[in-house]
Design a protein around this ligand. Structure first.
Ligand code: BGC
Length: 745
């Protein structure tokens, strides 16, 4: 009996520690097959149709301003057109109760009134937290979080995002963005995890696992959607939704691996690049969508188009002669669901195309199988309704704590001349500039509204940079003069005159909020008005600390010398204000490291993994700050870079160890970054590539050994024939300033 009890207890403990996963199962596969055998063509095509919530809005309530659904239209879409998915907000963030009402209304129709009881899958852009639900925890954007180099933290952020999204009743998040941030002009740069293939792949993986294997509660699992597959992030002219030219070798070397890792991590949905690669709109590219994604990578989930992008094959790209031909092209290329998103044109065209034999039923069945697979995995067939108990932790203090930590670990200290920072709390300070007293600029696009610029929607209790500084040193010690807006002078001279009376100036510059095409710019340099203001403030002789809130690296070379300190906050989210203040006044020791190379000129973009030819003869790469750069208030010493082996066979693993010691006087966190250089290759190899990072916390005087494991396969690359190969030869390992080497046999 005792033994039985013990075993029972053991099993119970085991069960409670296994995190339920959202995944494909054999049992569901047979249910899907059976369901498909019962479906009419119209029901199948309906599953492939996704409309925006805006289509079903009657009006907004004159008092509460909450949206009111048009039930007639909604019932028509679900019952007559059998639509399988709905997305978006209907204008702006909704309250959690409004979300519950919306999702429950949709589910009442789909699971109670349709012939086959197939639930509608609702999708949302929860890009940095559940940014379309009022009261949610809005985290740093991906470009900022990538600077933390903290996988565990990135996982927690993803889990909380999934939790709050599911608590809102929504089971599908259109994130992570797995494009590489290598084109700093691009208005969606901030949605990426930066320029390194490895860093993007690792952070993307944490995001997906945090969503699909949520350890907070298995009820909080949410489908992730890797996007935008692929090559969207590198428009040649820097403008959003414009052509990219990516040779197959580079496509496979750099742009595909984050998606490969995501597929291996179990992601079940993918959204497609809205633009074109090598002259082929990706929504019509069979090679990329079917041959590479579905056949080569073995992706079992479904492909959703981006907004209106099937129509665009006809009316923008002009690769299809008619709207109907556009539908045929996209579906035959491998698109499974169309984000139409306003009408039934896709549905009508596709039904007709199948009836005329222009799209085979087998393709439709494949698409619907994939969609139903994701719906089953998301648990929608068991429960398509909001889970009320999840509301309990929504927007909780515990989540805000994680948010603060993620902002603190992601903000990067770029310059600290004569150790001016941290500033002592008994100084008189001036806070000035267009990003000093707004929450929107710390959160960027995808915050309560698409463009994130409605300041009135931000929670009143959250602190701007100014308010957080005031809280630290008392309002009596803070002089706030805005000085300039993003466009014009307001009271610049007053600020210059008042600088007499303070010890230090916190100059908050950067960008207003934006996202997607409205965020296009012609010039990467910080606008003239901001640079001039910085120069004038510096000329007062008072030390100026520059704080940058921006979504992409705006060039500030003309003022960098004159700034005594530079803090790069990027888009740190709702706890950005307190996190910046904690760093300024030394309550937090900064540990963020650049996830991209900060350019020093608008015409010279270099990435850390440049090629030898870029540093040959008179060519020389340069930057304002290199990838991986970031200061703190303590010092770390690296020693004993050891390899388990000097020779590595092609199926072997290598263990690399290094010791890090905190040689300063305060506790700090440090990310050890492992770089590998392939000395000779059959195609030109980058000077170095990031192949590992590991963050540790060390007390003063404390040392830790950090261990990396890499396999020969991690050092493979795409050869002259566009196939992945592992080549024999010499490799150099670099961690901090230490080097070692090994050979692949
Ligand atoms: C964006 C996607 C987004 C979709 C739905 C598109 O404009 O490109 O990233 O998921 O809208 O909101």
């Amino acid at each position: 009996m005792k033994l039985f009890k013990a075993t029972f207890l053991f099993i119970l403990i085991l069960l409670s520690t296994i995190v339920a996963q959202l995944k494909v199962t054999e049992k569901n596969e047979s249910k899907i097959e059976e369901l498909i055998s019962k479906m009419t063509l119209e029901e199948k095509v309906g599953q492939m149709t996704q409309l925006t919530l805006g289509t079903f809005i009657e009006k907004r309530d004159s008092e509460s301003d909450e949206l009111i659904l048009n039930l007639k239209k909604l019932r028509e879409a679900i019952l007559d057109y059998h639509i399988g998915s709905i997305l978006n907000t209907g204008g702006a963030a909704n309250s959690i109760t409004k979300w519950h009402e919306i999702i429950s209304t949709i589910s009442d129709i789909s699971v109670k009134e349709t012939r086959l009881r197939i639930p509608v899958l609702y999708g949302i852009d929860a890009i940095h937290g559940t940014n379309y639900t009022i009261g949610a925890t809005l985290f740093p954007h991906s470009i900022t979080l990538a600077a933390s180099r903290n996988r565990e933290l990135a996982r927690k952020v993803a889990e909380i995002t999934a939790y709050e999204t599911k608590a809102s009743g929504i089971p599908w998040n259109f994130n992570p963005v797995l494009g590489l941030g290598r084109q700093p002009l691009w208005s969606r740069f901030f949605e990426t995890y930066g320029e390194s293939v490895y860093l993007v792949s690792e952070m993307g993986r944490e995001h997906i696992l945090g969503h699909q294997e949520n350890s907070i509660s298995s009820d909080a699992n949410v489908l992730a959607c890797m996007k935008h597959y692929m090559g969207y992030s590198i428009p040649l002219n820097g403008q959003d939704r414009t052509p990219a030219w990516i040779p197959e070798r580079q496509l496979r070397e750099m742009f595909l691996p984050p998606f490969t890792k995501a597929v291996d991590s179990g992601v079940l949905t993918v959204m497609i690049n809205s633009a074109e690669i090598n002259g082929i709109p990706v929504h019509s590219d069979y090679h990329i969508l079917t041959e590479i994604l579905k056949e080569e990578l073995g992706f079992k989930g479904f492909v959703v188009s981006d907004w209106e992008d099937i129509k665009r094959l006809y009316d923008r790209d002009k690769v299809a002669e008619t709207p109907e031909e556009a539908v045929r092209m996209a579906v035959m290329a491998g698109v499974d669901m169309s984000m139409v998103p306003h009408d039934f044109t896709f549905y009508n065209h596709l039904v007709k195309l199948v009836k005329e034999g222009k799209v085979p039923m087998a393709r439709i069945d494949d698409a619907v199988t994939r969609i139903l697979r994701a719906k089953y995995a998301a648990g929608l067939f068991d429960n398509a309704y909001p889970i009320k108990s999840l509301v309990e932790k929504f927007g909780s203090k515990d989540f805000a704590k994680v948010n603060l930590q993620s902002a603190e670990e992601s903000i990067i200290l770029l310059k600290n001349k004569n150790k001016i920072l941290p500033i002592s709390k008994n100084k008189k300070v001036m806070v000035t500039g267009p990003t000093a007293n707004k929450l929107s600029v710390l959160n960027g696009g995808w915050s309560f509204t698409w463009q994130g610029n409605n300041e009135s929607l931000y929670p009143k209790e959250k602190l701007t940079i100014l308010e957080a500084v005031e809280e630290k040193v008392g309002t009596e010690n803070v002089k706030y003069i805005e000085g300039i807006t993003f466009e014009e002078n307001i009271n610049r001279d007053k600020a210059l005159a008042e600088s007499e009376n303070v010890d230090v100036i916190f100059l908050c510059l950067g960008e207003p909020t934006y996202c997607e095409t409205p965020g296009n710019i012609d010039n990467l340099e910080l606008p003239e008005i901001q640079l001039n203001y910085a120069k004038k403030l510096a000329a007062t002789g008072k030390p100026v600390i520059l704080i940058l809130a921006e979504g992409r690296p705006r060039v500030f070379h003309k003022i960098s010398e004159e700034m005594e300190g530079i803090i790069l906050a990027m888009l740190p989210g709702l706890e950005g204000g307190p996190a910046i203040a904690n760093i300024i006044f030394g309550d937090t020791n900064p540990s963020g490291k650049l996830p991209f190379t900060y350019p020093n000129s608008v015409n010279k973009f270099t990435t850390y993994d440049y090629k030898p030819i870029e540093k040959f003869d008179v060519n020389s790469p340069s930057w304002e700050y290199p990838f991986g750069y970031g200061l703190g208030y303590t010092t770390f010493e690296y020693s004993n870079l050891e390899l388990s082996n000097k020779e590595l066979r092609k199926n072997d693993k290598l263990t690399i160890k290094v010791t890090i010691k905190n040689t300063g006087s305060i506790i700090g966190k440090e990310s050890a970054e492992l770089y590998i250089s392939d000395k000779i290759g059959s195609v030109s190899r980058p000077v170095k590539e990031l192949k590992g990072f590991e963050k540790v916390q060390l007390k003063p005087g404390e040392s830790k050994v950090v261990t990396f494991k890499i396999s020969a396969n991690d050092l493979s690359f795409i050869g002259r024939d566009n196939r992945r190969i592992i080549e024999s030869g010499n490799f150099e390992v670099t961690i901090s300033k230490l080097h070692n080497s090994f050979k692949i046999l």
